[in-house]
Each structure stands twice: as C-alpha cells, then as structure tokens.
Write a protein that binds this ligand. Structure first.
Ligand code: 4AD
Length: 566
C-alpha cells in the first residue's frame, strides 16, 4: 500500500512512466504502456509531454530508465520539430492571407471589369465580314472576323495576343488598352468564340504570325464563353491521353492542328480523285448501301432487318458499278463500305470510304496502267495545290511521290520472296503457294522493298468468286493488290468473269445462291465485255500519304470493332 502511494506520488511529481521498446515497439500502433510500447523516446515525449519517466528496452535485458544523453537528444529533436511546425503554420497563415487578399483584389478587379463597356467607334469605316483565308487580300481595310480562340497570350494589363481559328485559317489579333479590361477580356478562355473588328497589317521582318500579319483590334465581342479550370479545353484534350479517351472526345480532338490538317488534306485528296476521274472521262454514280448480296465473302457482312427481310450493309459497290458500264461507260463511286472485321488492326475499319472504279473493254495490263495513272495523277494534283502541299509537308515531311512504273510482282514470286528473305509463319514454316499472305508478312515484304508494288495473279481459291482466271495459268486470277510501304494493301482489284457459265459455276463453288444475283449475271447475257476495276480504301491511302500510324486517324468519327460512338 505504502509503495503504491510512493509510486503515485512519483508519477505526480515526475509524470507518467512511458515504455519504449527500440526493437519491438511501434510509434504508430503503440500507446506507451508496457504491453504496447513506443519505438522511440521522441514519440514518448511527443505523446506524453516532457515530464514523463521513460523506460527503454534495447535488447533482452528488459526496460531501464533512459540515459541522460539519450533523453537530452530526444528533447532537442522534439524542440526542433516543434519549431519547424510552428514556422510552417506561420507560413501557411501568411500564404492564406495573401491568397485571400489576391482573391479579394481579383474579385474587385472583376467587379470593375464588369463596369468597362466597349462601344464600336461609329466614325470608323464599316467593317467588312471576312473569313480568315481572305485576310491577305483584305489587308489595310477594316474587317470583321469571327472564330474560336485557338491560343491566348496575356502580356501585362494592357495587351493580349489572341490567335483565332475559323476553319479557313489562323489569325493573330492584338488587343490593347481598354479592349483588355472588360470582364469578357479578363476571363477569356481558349475555345471561346469571339468576333473581332479592326485592320489587318503585315508584320515587320523578324516577327512571326500566321500569314505573316495581324489584326489590330479596335472593337470586339464575345459570342460564347468556353469553360476554364478543370473543364478547360487544354485540360481535357492532352496529347498523352489514352487513345480510347481521345476517341470519346474526338469532337474536341478534331479542333487540334493535326486532326484538322488530316481532315483538310482528306477533303483535298477526295477533290483530286474526283478531278482525276472527271479529266479521264468517268461518270460518277451513287450506288445503294443497303443490299441483299455479298461481294467479298459472307464472314464480314453486317446484317440488319429490312422490313422483315435479311439485308446487309454493302461491302463494295463493285457489282453495281459493273451494271453501269453498258449505259454510262467507265464509272466510279465514292461510297461508304462496311466490314464486320474480326481483325483488330491499325488498318481495319468497320466503315470506310471506298473509292471504286469499273472500266469496260480493257485488258488486265491496261487496268494496271489506269491504276498507276490514278495514284500518280492524284499525288501530282494535291502537290500542285500549294495549301495542300503545305498540309502534306506538315504531316509527312519526308513524303516523296512514287515513281513510275510501279514494281509488278506475281503472287507466286512473292511466296518465293518471303522464303528468300526468311519471312515465316508464326509456326516457323514458310508460306506455300495457295495460302493467303496475311498482313504481317505482306507488310514486312512491302517495307523491305520500300516502293509501291502491284502484287498480281493470286490463286482463285483465296480470292472473290467474280475474279477472271488468267488465260496463261488457270490456277490464278487476273487480280491485283496495291501495296504501299508503311500501310500495306491500299487497293484491291481484278478483271471480272465475263462468261455467264463460268460465273454460274463460281457461285456453285462458293455455295452462293445465284437467284438474288440475277441482275449481276445478266451483264454476261445482254452483251458481255471484258472488264475490270478496283476499290481503293481512302483511309489507307491517306494513312500512307500523310504518314498516320492508323487509318482511324484518317476518318472523321472512326468505326471499328467495339466502337460506334460518338
Ligand atoms: O480488297 P477489297 O476487299 O476489294 C473489294 O471490295 C473489291 N470489290 C473492290 C473492287 O474491285 N471494286 O477492298 C478494297 C480496298 C482494300 O484494298 C482496302 O484498301 C480497303 O478497300 N479496305 C478496307 N479499309 C479499311 N478497313 C477495312 N476493313 C477494309 N477492307 C478493305
């Protein structure tokens, strides 16, 4: 009893006894009792105050009172820690005060900005509404231009450089003085829409801006404000974002300089294709996309319910083009084709733009020449147009137009090439005559040869039912794939069977019911002719020309396995 009282008195005088086990204790989980000791004396002081009695266990020997030196060291460290903490707290307080002051100042400035109102100076000449591409021709006159804020640079309180974009180009606008003081000016964000008024002046040598000029703004209006903060455009669309995130946000990605350059180049390339066909006397037709026949095998058909009947999205307009020859002569079309592709590769889409042409009374060699003419002429046309040449240079600075003639290589020789170059199947064996050459070896060969190749004369077993057999070797067809470095196949074409009996045989061989194809078969009944044609995948052509990694970058809103949005 007496000893308990002495202990209690000691505790009151010296403070509580705290246990520290340097081996098995824990500063996080312990509470300083003998059964749950702390790990460090520092923690003991921190938790229980400086007047505690500390018993320390270092080894098997059990708890002993802390040494004077160790206690001094722990107290010193604690004091340092407390000093640091206090300093941090003081700093934080100061920072918070500064932030508060800044926020108050900003709020005041915004309040003031709300009172700044711009009015158009009616003594100035009336501004003429122009698109940015008319800028050079409109220099010196007062103009009015509307667009999206592409980039924004604030220089002090009295100067802002705003680059606007309207789809026809980019224009640097300079805002000074009061023009920078309105609420809309101080809160302006990238992707907001504005209308600016003023005069476009050429820039002196040494200064850079799009078209080497800038619009000196005398009046402007906000049309629609885009969000700032986390939702700001530049926080939403970042180049290092996941591809699927970027595809979900394709509507915003399209505003970027690369994506919009691809789409502009695409429009120009399509224009050039049409101009080529126009100059060579072809007629453009518009075949249906909803069909009840297949062209390129049943396995890639997209099926749908057409008023209770089975119908498909077209794989190719070829069969319809063939029916146009007797009335329109050589024809072409640019239509969407659909493939329920199982292959998830960078060159396969589920919907793609298919440029197809069909020509009557030609030989296979003539068809190859026409194909070569198409590709080379279109490249010449796009390069001859200065803005398009610049777009190609921006996207694919190393592009060199292909030289004629393209290399011609028979399928049988490709099989030998693969063997000679040790290009094998996954199982380590070589490809043999009669086997399909898949994408990987085809690409390996094309990249190695590094020039356009007309790969011809494929065995009929691996090609579509309608292909004409070669008169010299009945095992193979008069068929061609155009292979381009970096992409592989961009065109598939052939001469078509022009003999009715042979075609009926081919339907049978492929297990195709000839009944729904009566209109196609009839071409061989009502005045047959040697004829042939091809289909070019526009996105693959663009991936080659613009050096894009995937065809998905060459479509407005790509459709491929698993993606049908936005
Ligand atoms: O080789 P394909 O399947 O040929 C035809 O459809 C023929 N009926 C064309 C014709 O002779 N009129 O396809 C032709 C081209 C391919 O070379 C390729 O460029 C493109 O169409 N293509 C695709 N492009 C993107 N994604 C896909 N899933 C494609 N499938 C074919």
């Amino acid at each position: 009893m007496a000893s308990e009282i002495v202990e209690k008195a000691k505790e009151l005088f010296i403070g509580e006894t705290v246990y520290v086990d340097e081996v098995a204790g824990s500063d996080e989980a312990g509470n300083g009792t003998q059964s749950a000791p702390f790990k460090s004396a520092l923690k003991a002081l921190e938790a229980k105050g400086e007047s505690v009695k500390i018993l320390v266990k270092k080894d098997e020997e059990g708890f002993k009172e802390i040494s004077g030196a160790a206690l001094k060291k722990a107290k010193k460290t604690l004091a340092e820690q407390q000093r640091k903490k206090q300093k941090q707290e003081e700093q934080k307080l100061k920072q918070d005060e500064e932030l508060k002051k800044k926020a108050e100042e900003e709020a005041k400035a915004l309040e003031y900005a709300k009172s700044v109102v711009l009015t158009e100076d009616t003594s100035l000449p009336k501004a003429e509404k122009i698109k940015i591409k008319q800028g050079v021709a409109s220099r010196g006159k007062r103009v009015k231009v509307s667009g999206w804020v592409h980039r924004l640079r604030v220089q002090g309180k009295d100067m802002m450089f705003v680059i606007i974009r309207d789809g026809t180009g980019f224009l640097q606008c300079v805002l000074t003085g009061k023009l920078c003081h309105t609420f809309d000016a101080v809160t302006l964000t990238v992707e907001s829409t504005i209308t600016v008024y003023g005069v476009i002046n050429a820039l002196p040598e040494g200064k850079t801006a799009p078209d080497h000029h800038e619009l000196v703004v005398d009046y402007w209006q906000l049309v629609g404000k885009a969000p700032g903060g986390d939702d700001a455009f530049n926080n939403k669309v970042t180049p290092d974002a996941e591809p699927s995130y970027l595809l979900d946000n394709r509507h915003l990605v399209l505003r970027g300089e690369t994506a919009s350059a691809v789409l502009k180049a695409r429009a120009e390339v399509i224009k050039a294709f049409r101009a080529h066909y126009e100059s060579r006397g072809y007629t453009e037709v518009t075949p249906p996309c909803m069909v009840q026949t297949q062209v390129e095998g049943g396995s890639t058909l997209f099926e749908f319910n057409y008023y209770g009947q089975t119908a498909y999205l077209t794989q190719s307009s070829q069969l319809y083009l063939e029916t146009c020859l007797p009335s329109l002569g050589d024809v072409f079309c640019l239509a969407e084709s659909y493939r329920a592709e199982k292959s998830h590769t960078r060159r396969h889409l589920s919907e793609y733009s298919h440029l197809e042409a069909e020509m009557a009374f030609i030989s296979f060699d003539e068809m190859l020449e026409k194909l070569e003419d198409l590709i080379c002429d279109v490249i010449e046309r796009v390069l001859a147009d200065e803005p398009t040449r610049k777009l190609i240079e921006q996207l694919n600075p190393d592009f060199k137009p292909p030289s004629r003639p393209f290399m011609r290589m028979k399928y049988a020789d490709a099989i030998e090439y693969l063997k000679a170059n040790d290009i094998k199947k996954d199982d380590g064996t070589f490809y043999e005559f009669g086997e399909d050459i898949p994408e990987a070896p085809e690409r390996a060969m094309t990249d190695k040869i590094n020039r356009p190749i007309f790969l011809t004369h494929f065995p009929h077993e691996i090609k579509a039912f309608y292909m004409q057999k070669s008169p010299e070797d009945r095992r193979v067809t008069e068929s061609v794939d155009v292979l381009m470095p970096g992409v592989g196949e961009i065109v598939g074409g052939s001469m078509r069977m022009d003999n009715r009996e042979e075609l009926l045989e081919a339907y049978k061989r492929e297990g195709i019911d000839p009944a729904p194809y009566y209109w196609y078969t009839d071409q061989r009944k009502y005045g047959t002719s040697p004829h042939g044609g091809y289909g070019l995948g526009v996105e693959r052509f663009l991936a080659w020309l613009l050096n894009r990694y995937t065809v998905r970058d060459c479509q407005l809103y790509p459709r491929f396995t698993g993606r049908c949005t936005p």
